[in-house]
Ligand binder design. Structure first.
Ligand code: FES
Length: 170
């Protein structure tokens, strides 16, 4: 063994990473820790891949998307043409507007600016959804923002009038 085989812990030559026992170098524990994290991440990916494959293999795989079920919201008579209302449906608050006899819109009440809860308001120019935090307003027909900092429309839900009821896809 020569003096070149044994690293000098106080060598003036800088260690460029991976030098065990050297300040700033990776220790064995660090290397093992990183390896364990990588292994866990790999195992998680495999588990998710297995789950996805299980769903893909089912005959009804195309039904595994959010919004596949029509959910009863309220009686059509409770939301007359031109009215807006916040409606609780399966634990979600939806902002609904009856555009005409056959058409209903439904939007999330979560403001697209910073997530405050938007509420129906009656303005002189007509109904709107207003955010109490920074003043964004949203059109109840289109969900588009106006008069505030929000730039994105409210998240919409498909809604319809069926057999005297208003139903929505969640
Ligand atoms: S959170 Fe609604 S306007 Fe800012």
């Amino acid at each position: 063994m020569t003096s070149q085989d044994t690293p000098d812990p106080v060598s003036p030559i800088p260690c460029r990473g991976g030098c065990a026992g050297h300040p700033g170098g990776a220790s064995r524990r660090t290397v093992l820790g990183r390896g364990s994290l990588a292994a866990l991440a790999g195992a998680g990916s495999l588990a998710l891949a297995g789950c996805t494959q299980e769903i893909k293999d089912r005959e009804n795989a195309q039904d595994h998307y959010a919004g596949s079920a029509l959910t009863d919201a309220l009686a059509a008579d409770d939301l007359p043409v031109g009215a807006t209302q916040a409606v609780e449906v399966n634990g979600r608050t939806l902002l609904m507007h009856r555009v005409d006899e056959e058409t209903v819109t439904a939007y999330s009440n979560v403001c697209t600016h910073q997530g405050c809860l938007v509420q129906p308001v009656d303005r002189a120019e007509g109904p709107a959804y207003a955010c109490p935090c920074h003043g964004s307003n949203f059109d109840p027909v289109t969900g588009e923002p106006f008069g505030g900092p929000a730039r994105q429309p409210l998240m919409d839900y498909e809604a319809a009038v069926q057999d005297g009821r208003i139903v929505v896809k969640l």
